[in-house]
Ligand binder design. Structure first.
Ligand code: KIV
Length: 284
């Protein structure tokens, strides 16, 4: 286990002040959380993308609070010191401020999260304020917000036109004013991300496919290791083809079992001769 001190908000803001980029990844399970902790990843997002990456849904919309809590608990067990963020799933915060506070509270009380993330801009400022009033650090999410992908015209770059870009800048300001500690910008042009990053005073900016100028970077874990079979987003870099390693291993297993090359003596357990003789005697 790593001997890192618990990652805190002051520690994250210090990194920002020192000009050191923040590292952030999605994570959904215990063993991956263990590796991310060992690698010293600063912030871990238990994203509702788990609906697609782990549960095989076509979108994130069917994901429930129960799904999120179960995965967040597993991640916390594997990554005790990372800054852990629970991603508010569809309809866990949209209906009302009270719904939002109750859902956010579950991430803290039941899963040991440090913070929550929700999608949306100025229209979510009252949810952010309510959650913050309950003492829960909150991260915003602008640009491509997957829970509204239908309304946004699909999974595509947001803010390429000046008017839409201005709305994203205004939304970032509204979220900052409401008190978010950070904003994730997903799939917006690099120059727009740079502009918002330069204007951020009381919060820091994380980029997912939004260029190098943010205070930190986020990748979806499954994209960076070739583990999502349906597609690979252009913005994702594959840092290791774990999907290929796993597939090759599975094929080798099937071949070795078929050829009776597996198992070998080191893969099974013997029994003392006298015990076996006694067993045969007992069986008559
Ligand atoms: O659910 C998730 O993983 C996210 C990312 C797309 C940022 O919200």
């Amino acid at each position: 286990m790593s001997d890192r001190k618990k990652v805190t908000l002051p520690a994250l803001f210090k990194k920002v002040a020192d000009g050191q980029p923040i590292t952030m990844l999605t994570c959904y399970d215990f063993p991956t959380a263990h590796f991310q902790e060992e690698a010293g990843i600063d912030m871990i997002l238990v994203g509702d993308s788990l609906g697609m990456t782990m549960l095989g849904y076509e979108t994130t919309l069917p994901v429930t609070m129960e799904d999120m809590i179960r995965h967040a608990q597993a991640v916390r067990r594997g990554a005790p010191t990372a800054w852990l963020i629970g991603d508010m799933p569809y309809m866990s915060y949209q209906p009302s401020v009270e719904t939002a506070i109750r859902s956010a509270g579950r991430f803290m009380a039941e899963a040991g999260c440090d913070a929550i993330k929700l999608e949306g801009g100025a229209e979510m400022a009252d949810r952010v304020a309510g959650i913050l009033a309950a003492g829960i650090p909150t991260m915003g999410h602008l640009g491509l917000t997957p829970q509204s992908a239908t309304a946004l015209g699909g999974f595509r770059v947001q803010g390429r036109g000046a008017r839409q870009a201005k709305k994203i800048v205004d939304d970032a300001k509204a979220l900052e004013k409401a008190g978010v500690y950070a904003i994730l910008l997903e799939m917006v042009p690099d120059r727009l991300c740079q502009l918002i990053t330069e204007r951020a005073k009381d919060c820091f900016i994380i980029s997912l496919g939004a260029g190098p100028h943010a205070h930190g970077q986020l990748l979806i874990y499954h994209d960076m290791f070739g583990l999502y079979p349906r597609f690979k987003p252009r913005m994702a870099k594959v840092f290791g083809d774990a999907g290929k390693v796993i597939l090759d291993g599975l094929k080798a297993y099937a071949r070795e079992v078929g050829e009776k090359a597996f198992p070998q003596p080191e893969n099974w357990f013997g029994m003392p001769d006298e015990e076996y003789e006694e067993l045969l005697r007992l069986l008559g």
